[in-house]
Design a protein around this ligand. Sequence first.
Ligand SMILES: NC(=O)c1ccc[n+]([C@@H]2O[C@H](COP(=O)([O-])OP(=O)(O)OC[C@H]3O[C@@H](n4cnc5c(N)ncnc54)[C@H](O)[C@@H]3O)[C@@H](O)[C@H]2O)c1
Ligand SMILES: O=C(O)C(=O)C[C@]1(C(=O)O)C=C[C@@H](O)C=C1
Length: 366
Amino acid sequence: MKRKICIIGMGLIGGSIALSIKKEHDVHIAGIDIDQNQLRLAQSLKVIDEPVESLAEGVQDADLIVIAVPVTKTEQIIEELETFPLKEGAIVTDVGSTKNKIFHKAKRLFEKGVTFIGGHPMAGSHKSGVQAAKPHLFENAFYVLTPCESTDMNKVIQLQNWLKGTQARFIELTPEQHDHFAGLISHLPHIIAAGLVQQVKRTAKEDNIVARLAAGGFRDITRIASASPVMWRDVLLHNKDIILSLLDDWKEEMKRVEKLLEEEDPLEIQHYFASAKSFRDGLPSREKGALPAFYDLFVDVPDHPGVISDVTGILGKAGISITNIHIIETREDIMGVLQLTFRTEADRENGRRHLEEALYETYIME
Ligand SMILES: NC(=O)c1ccc[n+]([C@@H]2O[C@H](COP(=O)([O-])OP(=O)(O)OC[C@H]3O[C@@H](n4cnc5c(N)ncnc54)[C@H](O)[C@@H]3O)[C@@H](O)[C@H]2O)c1
Ligand SMILES: O=C(O)C(=O)C[C@]1(C(=O)O)C=C[C@@H](O)C=C1
C-alpha cells in the first residue's frame, strides 16, 4: 500500500512541496484548503491525488503531515492536531517563514509524543496559489529545520528523505536564530519594498506620470512588494520584537546616509556605495535563499525581424524551455540583448551550447 501524505494549505509552497515529493516517492497525497477553488485546481493540476474536506480525515492515516498555511493559521492547526489521534510514527512539519512561535506552540505535540519538526524552505516567489507551484522551487535553496533537543535524529533524516526531491540544502538552526536571520534578510526587506511603493504611491496620487517612469531599479527592488499581504501580515505579527529592533537599526542606517549627504563629502558617499557593492557582489550567486537564483543567459542579437523566433525556435527544437524572455535594448542598427531565463542551470548550459552552435554570442553575468 502507498504511504500517505497530507498537505494542509494548497498554495505556492504546499503545492511545490507536493510536486517535489512526487518526484521522488510513489505516494498518495491528500490536500486540504479552506479555499475550495485552490483545492480543485490542485487536483486538476495533479499536484494532489485527493482533496479532503476535514483535517481529522486528512491526517488520520498520514505518514507525513505538512502544514503550509500563513503562520498564525499554522498555530491554529497545531492546536487542532493536538486533539486528533495521529498514525504511530507520523512526522508533522510546517513551512512557515517564522519559527519561534510555532516551535513553542508545538511543544504540546512534543509532550504527546508526536514528532513535530519545524521547517522553512528559504526560497519562494512574490506569486501565490497552487497555479504558481513548481517542483524545483527550492532547488539549491537552504531549507531550515528546527528540531527540538529531544527530537530523534532518525526522524530528522526521515523528514529530509521525504523532502529530498526539493534538492534543497538542509540546515539546522534554533527557532530564535532562524527568526533573527530571516528578519534581517527577508522580513525587513519586504517592509522596505512595501514602504518604497507606498512613497511612490503618494506622489502618484498627485501626478501619475511617476508610476509610468518607475523603471528597472524601482521594479527590481520592489518585486517582492507584490507578495501575499495575508502571508506578510502574519509574518510581521509573529516576528514583531525582532522586526521592531531591526527597524530601529534601519533608521540608524538611514541617519548615516542623511549625515553623509549633509556633509557633502564625495569620497565618503562613494565609499558607502562601494562597500555595499563589494559585500553584495561577494554573496554566493548560484545559491537560492537570500537572493533568488535566476538562470539567466544573455544573447547578443542583431536588430532584425524574426530574430526572437529564431532564438526561441533553436531552444524549442532542442526541447529546452525558458521561463522568461526580455529584450534589454534594441535601437535601430545596433545589437540588442535578449535576456533568457531558464529553470535550471543544466537547461541554461544546454541552451547556451545550442545557441553558440548557431553562432549567437552569449554570456552569463553572475
Ligand atoms: N511565498 C513564499 O515565498 C514563501 C516561502 C517560504 C515559506 N513560505 C511560507 O509558506 C506558507 C504558505 O505560503 P504560500 O506562499 O504558499 O501562500 P499561498 O497564499 O500561496 O497559500 C496558502 C494557502 O493556505 C490556505 N489556507 C489558509 N488558511 C488555511 C486553513 N486554516 N486551513 C487550510 N488552508 C488554509 C489558503 O487558502 C491558501 O491556498 C506561509 O506560512 C509562508 O510564510 C512562503
Ligand atoms: O523570492 C521571493 O519572492 C521571496 O520573497 C522569497 C522569500 C524571501 O524573502 O527570500 C520570502 C519569504 C520566505 O519565507 C522565503 C523566501
